[in-house]
Design a protein around this ligand. Sequence first.
Ligand code: DX5
Ligand code: ZN
Length: 219
Amino acid sequence: MTPLLAPSMLASDFANLQAETERLAGSAADWLHCDIMDGRFVPNISFGLPVLEAIRRHAQQPLDVHLMIEQPQLYLDAFRDAGAANITVHYEACTHLHRVIQQIKKLGCRAGVALNPHTPVWVLQDIAPDLDLVCIMSVNPGFGGQAFIPNTLKKVAELKELLVDAGSEALIEVDGGVNLDNALPLVEAGADVLIAGSFVFNSPDPVATLADLRAQLSA
Ligand code: DX5
Ligand code: ZN
């Protein structure tokens, strides 16, 4: 499939969220990635439900919501109601991951699991057929603008193999430090969705940068 692009709103200008969201309409962005941080699961606080709802009001693309929070099961309905099309929880935050995934699907959202850099892909073996998305963290979650961890390429390839063996159609997302240097190798390793924050929004023209990424992946 053609890889999808999901710019991360974490790196956008929060004082101009309407304009930031609207200018992505008609761009190469397929989904808008929204990072929710609670200051407990990760050592940072980003934004929550009202802000997600505000983005939704101006967005043309589906919202890909990445929950970096403890006890995500308590907030799934609220995030769906605020506009999430995809809800990704962290493997490391869920004792009862299978139940949480079923809850997300029952809400009508795509269900995803994110893995921290230290978590091996094989922990997903038994849940793989139930998943719509797996997000491989290529940085330690909590902050934008960090350097891409090279071991991610190997992990993506391993995950691809695991998903094929399990008969799972889950899409593989890669999140953190994605740029024009690693985009193509990631897709060649098996990535389906590339999430990019600072590389897109810190560039002089985010829409043009998304187009550059798209062009590189379609070449
Ligand atoms: C990190 C977030 C990422 C982040 C990516 O905790 O989950 O989505 O916004 O930002 P960059 O592309 O700057 O690494
Ligand atoms: Zn994210």
